[in-house]
Design a protein around this ligand. Sequence first.
Ligand code: HEC
Ligand code: HEC
Length: 341
Amino acid sequence: MAASATSCLLSFARYRVWLATLAAAVLTACAVDPQSATDAEPLVDVPPGFAEQTYPPDNVPTPERVALGKRLFYDLRLSNANDVSCGTCHDPAKAFTDGLPTSRGTSGRMGVRNAPSLANVGYLPALMREGGVPTLEMQILVPIQEHAEFDLEAPFLVSRLSVDSALQQMSRWAYSRPLDIWVITRAIASFERTLVSGRSRADEGRLSDAERRGKEIFHRVGCGTCHGGPLYTNNRMACNGLLESYADRGRARLTNNASDEAVFRVPSLRNVGRTAPYLHNGSIASLTVVIQRYNSGGYPHPNKDMLLKPLNLSASECDDLEAFLLALTDDRFTTNPRFRP
Ligand code: HEC
Ligand code: HEC
């Protein structure tokens, strides 16, 4: 995709024509889409119940910034062997996860963690499973340099991409300067801030009887204490004790405190029906098993949160709970053409 797009962008003039055609196509698509409102969709959606995002003053999203960020997000040249892009591990159809227990990076190198969804990442106060990275702009440097992800030095990446005159033009439009690592990280972060998901059936109150019962159970047994609010996470750090042993130290990797062993950021449950397998290491394959583990109270662990106790739900109550979690899937998010290459 990146390669074929590049080859047709021979000149600036042709590129502008291409962009205008694309813009027209997007507008036409909106006009005929019965799902969409009469107005064109805003650049960054704010679903009911959601706050506005706070943007860094030097990186307020614009159409030019988001377009460049999307190009880079799906560009295989970001990886050492030109074989992996951000979109390889964060696939829109899977709510920007990859379906693997742990991710596979450049040259097939296996990582140690499960790729999290990027839905609503613009709202997160801290990123990564131990919550150690404060901004999206900074987070992008992690996969670029990580051996089991892209494995590239930033200066090498910049020189590799700088020969692409179409990217250079987009960079000038977006940030009024030539492509560099500042532009690359800011543009990709701008694209990420558009990945908002808050229009599932659960949000719209269109639930079946089973899903409605599941919602009541979800709140009654305390799931909503951690996985609550519009993002379905309180963004706190916790150990839920669902695994018998933890090879990954979790937040202790950052702090070295015994009380942070096996402690991870509470993940959002939005689109959880699309983000299997589950937990920081993808070791639980299905929602059914996640719910069974919570129902049994999980395994003993010194850091396990006090909220987690055996729930004694019946089999049909567990089914209802699962049905509710599946109703958090936002099909408009996973199929949105604006998020695709
Ligand atoms: C090889 C697969 C892989 C690639 C390539 C990759 N990621 Fe990730 N991403 C992951 C994994 C795994 C994690 C979880 C890492 C952790 O918590 O230690 C992650 C975490 C993240 C997070 C933090 C999300 C959260 O909830 O905390 C963001 C944002 C993100 N990636 C964006 C990107 C962007 C942007 C790119 C391209 C520049 C990218 N990723 C490339 C696998 C990948
Ligand atoms: C004390 C806070 C807390 C409570 C209460 C809690 N969870 Fe969690 N939940 C977590 C944490 C932390 C994780 C991530 C753990 C990991 O990665 O190892 C998690 C992970 C999950 C996941 C996997 C998500 C993913 O993308 O990997 C699901 C599903 C889930 N919880 C559902 C529930 C349900 C259903 C309940 C109620 C029965 C519940 N949780 C109660 C903290 C909590």
